[in-house]
Design a protein. Structure first.
Length: 237
């Protein structure tokens, strides 16, 4: 009995040392603002984790910087909290997961996609245009667009210099996942349906029925709100 008591007393400092080590490791490093924004919106760990579809323990570890921040995790948190994912990340390094944009079989064709709930069509760009009439290609679908059956993805052809200067992390070849269920916001990156092709643009202003956009190639224009697909997730190259 005495020996087991001594064993317990010896084990506790080791656990405390581990916690201290984790805190020291995170000192000076930028950590996300999920906890801060969660509390400001009145969410508990349990309520937000349920809304995100993750465990409360996983969410707590990410909030404290004890677990690496994954791209799908920050994108899902930003969607639920309705904030910009880059503001939410707060400069913390984000792990890019190749599975978010890996080429897969469409569910039901040959082998089903077992890594994601489903996959969506991706439109590859040629020059500064993204033609809609092209060979079918599918990419794994991130959680941010699972709920939208009409969502799709486009590859970024070229990043204009003026965009590159404010978003140096964005590169040609990156894949943008778009969904018409996402809200509009001024300055937001969107995909515009022009009938035979898609174009990438940024929102200048919008009303209930119309949106003024500045395309990456071409003049500013006003289009119907039903032709606008906000970009909700970008797989960085």
């Amino acid at each position: 009995m005495k020996d087991s008591h001594l064993l317990g007393s010896q084990a506790r400092p080791a656990a405390n040392h581990l916690r201290t080590f984790v805190r020291l490791e995170n000192r000076g490093k930028k950590v996300n603002k999920i906890r801060e924004i969660r509390k400001s919106q009145g969410h508990t760990l349990q309520s937000l984790s349920e809304m995100m579809g993750v465990s409360a323990s996983a969410l707590e570890k990410v909030e404290k910087g004890e677990r690496r921040l994954k791209q799908y995790f920050i994108a899902r948190a930003a969607q639920v909290l309705r904030v910009d994912p880059h503001d939410l990340a707060n400069g913390q390094e984000i792990d890019q997961e190749l599975r978010i944009a890996s080429v897969v079989n469409k569910p039901g064709v040959d082998q089903p996609n077992i890594l994601q709930n489903r996959s969506i069509r991706v439109f590859n760009s040629t020059g500064m245009s993204i033609p809609k009439d092209q060979a079918t290609n599918y990419t794994a679908c991130p959680s941010t667009v699972w709920a939208d059956e009409n969502s799709f993805a486009v590859s970024i052809p070229v990043v204009p210099e003026e965009v590159e200067s404010v978003a140096p992390w964005l590169a040609a070849g990156a894949i943008c996942f778009a969904s018409n269920k996402a809200p509009f916001r001024k300055g937001g990156l969107v995909v515009v349906d022009q009938g035979d092709q898609f174009v990438l643009a940024q929102i200048q202003s919008f009303s209930q029925d119309a949106v003024n956009v500045a395309p990456w190639n071409g003049k500013k224009m006003e289009v119907g709100a039903d032709k606008i697909y906000p970009v909700v997730t970008i797989n960085l190259k």
